[in-house]
Design a protein around this ligand. Structure first.
Ligand code: NAD
Ligand code: UDP
Ligand code: UDP
Length: 318
């Protein structure tokens, strides 16, 4: 089968999900331009791709204009962990909003197809469960999570207005909690925190009573969803939920991690952060129908791969 090679821009390409996406696109025979300001991403995540003639890495902040010639754009640039996106909240909103304007301007000039990594956070602390795409969400506009939630909501608005006003071909994915190898050990998200704590024999930090729920998708499943969404015809714009419908409490997650690592770590209970959503589970009916996609990797298998990655990493960094 012959492959039509495309020039593809991945913003946030040196991050956890972006680096996997770059890898998948190169494997499929495309030219990949990875753009990142290394706020939460690392050159090490893409170091193994630098030997390829078809891979190019550029340090650039998406809040500034970017003039390059491309056929497709995946816009992933944005810190995703609450610890990091709350570190400089103004920059977080700028990254989502100014970043979206710049990549949409680029797509308008080049007529590139453009994908937006949106988030389940647009549903806020949801009063509808599980969350279908039609649900408009329950988001605090002025809280500590708002820079991320409202930034991503505004980016969705911009995508749909560029679509309606300028005829851009857009693909908006609402991503639910995703985990896997190449997450940063100090990322601050629950899966990496629990695994690193269990491997070090440190207390596992449960925020609140640990009865809040999340649905965890393994990164390979998710990236497959990105690629299928980008391959759809112009009539498919999204938004479309991508995530694993398996729903777990944070206590259940901690127990699974302790079991799989054989750790002697105990649970310790810390205050629940403000506006922390109580429950979250994707309704993926649309992804099943439109993309023929559903996750294949269950939580225990995905955790096993992720634990092996962190185990190796901790041995390397001591
Ligand atoms: P990540 O923090 O590993 O990756 C984000 C990348 O964006 C990093 O490499 C970072 O350096 C880069 N970046 C941040 N600000 C930038 C800027 N101004 N200019 C250029 N690069 C910038 O996080 P991730 O989990 O890989 O998330 C990737 C995308 O997916 C993000 O947009 C995130 O909001 C979205 N998402 C992720 C999840 C998840 O569970 N992993 C869930 C929902 C949405
Ligand atoms: N832009 C960019 N690269 C391009 C084209 C545009 O970064 O190849 C940026 C530019 O900064 C511009 C923004 O995208 O301000 C929005 O572009 P658009 O054409 O929609 O608006 P205008 O240029 O009229 O402000
Ligand atoms: N959480 C926890 N311990 C940690 C980190 C997070 O109990 O060490 C909780 C957090 O309060 C939230 C859930 O785990 O209820 C998921 O947190 P994460 O930051 O991974 O993602 P998000 O809240 O953005 O879904």
């Amino acid at each position: 089968m012959s492959i039509v090679s495309k020039r593809i821009l991945v913003t946030g390409g040196a991050g956890f999900l972006g680096s996997h996406l770059c890898e998948r696109l190169l494997e499929a025979g495309h030219d990949v331009l990875c753009v990142d300001n290394y706020f939460t991403g690392r050159r090490a995540n893409v170091a193994h791709l630098l030997d390829s003639d078809r891979f190019e890495l550029m340090r650039h902040d998406v809040t500034f204009p970017l003039y390059v010639e491309v056929d497709e754009i995946y816009n992933l640039a944005c810190p995703a962990s609450p610890v990091h996106y709350q570190h400089d909240p103004v920059q977080t909103t700028k990254t989502s909003v100014h970043g979206a304007i710049n990549v949409l301007g680029l797509a308008k000039r080049t007529r590139a197809k453009i994908f937006q990594a949106s988030t389940s956070e647009v549903y806020g602390d949801p009063s509808v469960h599980p969350q279908p795409e039609e649900y408009w969400g329950n988001v605090n506009p002025i809280g500590i999570r708002s820079c991320y939630d409202e930034g991503k909501r505004c980016a969705e608005t911009l995508f749909f207005d560029y679509h309606r006003q300028h005829g851009l071909e857009i693909k908006v994915a609402r991503i639910f909690n995703t985990y896997g190898p190449r997450m940063h050990p100090a990322d601050g998200r629950v899966v990496s925190n629990f695994i690193v704590q269990a491997l070090k024999g440190e207390p596992i930090t449960i925020y609140g009573e640990g009865l809040q729920t999340r649905s965890f998708c393994y990164r390979d499943d998710l990236v497959e969803g990105f690629i299928r969404l980008m391959a759809t015809g112009a009539e498919v714009t999204g938004p479309i939920n991508l995530g694993n419908p398996g729903e777990f409490t944070m206590i259940e997650l901690a127990e699974a991690v302790i079991d799989l690592t054989g750790s002697a770590s105990q649970l310790t209970f810390l205050p629940l952060p403000a506006d922390d959503p109580k429950q979250r589970q994707p309704d993926i009916t649309k992804a099943r129908e439109v993309l023929g996609w559903e996750p294949k990797v269950n939580l225990r298998d995905g955790l096993t791969h992720t634990i092996a990655y962190f185990d190796q990493l901790l041995k390397e960094i001591g």
